[in-house]
Design a protein around this ligand. Sequence first.
Ligand code: IVH
Length: 678
Amino acid sequence: MSEEDLFAAERKEDLEEAERLRNELRHHEYLYYVQDAPEITDAEYDRMMVRLRELEAKYPDTVPADSPTQRVGGKVAPEFGEVKHLTPLLSLGNAFSAEELQAFDERVRSGLPAGAELEYVVEPKIDGLACSLIYENGRLVRAATRGDGTVGENVTANVRTIRSIPLVLKVPEGEEVPELLDVRGEVYMPRHAFMRLNEARAERGESEFANPRNAAAGSLRQLDPAVTAARSLSFFAYLVGDGAQDKHSESMAMLTRYGFKVSEGYKLVQNIVEAIDYIKAFATTRNALAYDTDGAVIKVNAVYQQRILGATGKDPRWAIAYKFPPEQAETTLEDIDWRVGRTGVLTPTAVLTPVKLSGSVISRATLHNEDFIREKDIRIGDRVIINKAGEIIPEVLRVVLEKRTGDEQPVVIPANCPECGWEVARKGSEAAIRCTNPHCPALGREGLVHFVSREAMNIDGCGPSVINQLLDKGLVRDAADLYSLTREELLTMDRMGAKSADNLLQALEASKENELDKLLFALGIRHVGAKVARILASEFGTVDRLLQAETEELAAIKDIGDKIAESVVTWFSVPANIDLLERFRQDGLKMEFATREEQTNHPFFGKTLVFTGTLPTLGRAEAKTMAQDVGAKVSGSVSRKTDYVIAGAEAGSKLEKAQQLGVTVLDEAQFLSIMEEK
Ligand code: IVH
């Protein structure tokens, strides 16, 4: 075979493999994002994706726009263009009571020929933002936000990154692929993704989103699709724009066949009473959903009836939104409880007259700090509005000033620690008030709670009540004492059976194998969070090396500032702390960090990685140390020697260069999933 023929044969094989991978990846995305029933591991998925990227990089002009690889990264969108909707995206009228729903039903009946058979579909109203997706011959060609209902923003590149949206319709065999399909639905952010995003933003000092809807809107309206891709958005379809089907319920079934998630739990009902019953039941179950809902939507099922009824202005006469009352409640603030945390900070919590709020009884709410109390002018005895969004802890929103009687008492900021009676102090610009007693019993107790916590030593079965008892009974004074606890001692405790005792001993034993970073974090050294602990552990490898480090040496490490360096050196200069470490050593705790040699079988071992752009959850230093820990080299610039580029939001020229050179590009999720491999 001539060289040319060889090349052609290889090309043919590669292209076939790429097409096969694209189809497989589409299938697995559907199983994962729509069905919630994956059949392969994330790592397997990533490996297929990595291989497909490799192949596509070899033949860049053969990459179809709807390849699964094009969901991430992609081209940076110019300012969003405008899109005129094929038919207007209508809004919905609101109802707030069963009576208003009855009135809606009457309006519908009087608008239809006498005796017409009427069915409704009721479905959750998802709290996100409306989007129209245009499919031509089964392929997603355009996506637009609602805008003013007639003209919306072109967000196609961003919508392509949402994995629960099929880029190619899954039209079953034997069914005709529609020439044109206008799918309407809600783009939303699941609660857990919202919390994770806000945590990451808070850690980076960025402003947090107020709720998942704002976060979804902010994420969809990003000029860089890579940012959208990193934000875990999802989509529920709830309407077909052109109403090709006879019934809404048939459209929903069709959308399901085509590979969409449709409004979960939607129901066909025969009359408005059944619709109201559905809504009542939904009101009690909706909090368990993974996403926010703000009501339920009732729609006339027959499309011909929808046409007869038409619309008034922007609201259809054939549908209505029942809105749940906002998740707020009014109650009395009876007292303020000041608690001392492990760093000695006093945190105020409102003690409330118990009140029901979104399915649970609330009797406490956070007040954050002194400034929060002053800003809101909160007084003891005030009537206050509290709110709760999803799993987020309740918070005092505001005082109901109109209900002040004059008997309310101003809040007295404690001058003494509620635990030990020592004076408290507020330093400089800090919002926090701290106990000045370095031996405050609260520090020891909270320090132990921290030591055993999941992110630290991860000792299960040792919650705050167990710790309180251990301290009260004098069985434990500090963290090292935990490791000399005996079964007999544990069995003397209340509510501690043989099984719990054995489990706790086992958890303690297992925790001895933790890597040094966990122990360093567990020690509760001021300014040493989980991330810094990892950097220190990997930089020094053993506790003895760290112990000898001087402030300058520490401060020279990337991401370790003077404050951290001083705090670490101070901690290691206290004899009692050295003593504690010595006892840990005698108890058999592992006090080192895995050496690189042990990691030689890791997929990143010996590879050169380049990080670029802002990763959605990992800080740059953290990602770098993680990679170095498994033996990767981390470089600042992309060249032919680069094995992987891990690209986050606003990745610029490095990403471009990687694409030019055909270097494999990973997003954070892919990076993390390969990291997990051993
Ligand atoms: S139907 C013509 N169904 O609520 C009917 N809307 O307040 C158009 N929404 O703009 C909407 N879940 O963004 C419909 N299951 C659902 C919905 C839903 C959420 C949103 C939608 C709409 C807004 C109106």
